[in-house]
Design a protein around this ligand. Sequence first.
Ligand code: UDP
Ligand code: MG
Length: 139
Amino acid sequence: MAGNITLTMIKPDAVEKNLTGAILAKINEAGFRIKAMKYLQLTESQAGQFYAVHRERPFYNSLVEFMSSGPIVAALLEKEYAVADFRELIGATNPANAAPGTIRALFAESLQRNAVHGSDSDENAILESDFFFSQLERF
Ligand code: UDP
Ligand code: MG
């Protein structure tokens, strides 16, 4: 089963701009199946835990503040080659460098407020999925 799931978040900037539906449509059109999904607001502590790998980076505190500033949509997605194909669908971290037609090129406003998260490896996809979803919440 390794390699067929990835974890996304529609970030507070995109939710606030009512882009949730448009982004989910792009995700479905690209062939991803939604295995689990929830609408929630992270606490600062939870956002800090999710991004703990970036703890030492200069943007960490600002990222945690942003990611806990409003509601997000977290979703567990399934597709062959999910991690790689989803990173391709969302585009580069900085929307200025994101390929035309990618979710970040279309919907992100800045390097930080970049509309969506996507797991960077199969291992992290599993860890991030377990952060948000119990087995009973997966279909
Ligand atoms: N980020 C930021 N400043 C930076 C780099 C990243 O605010 O210089 C934010 C941005 O929201 C990014 C997140 O931190 O999506 C995680 O960074 P990462 O390098 O993991 O990028 P991603 O995997 O999301 O493309
Ligand atoms: Mg990352």
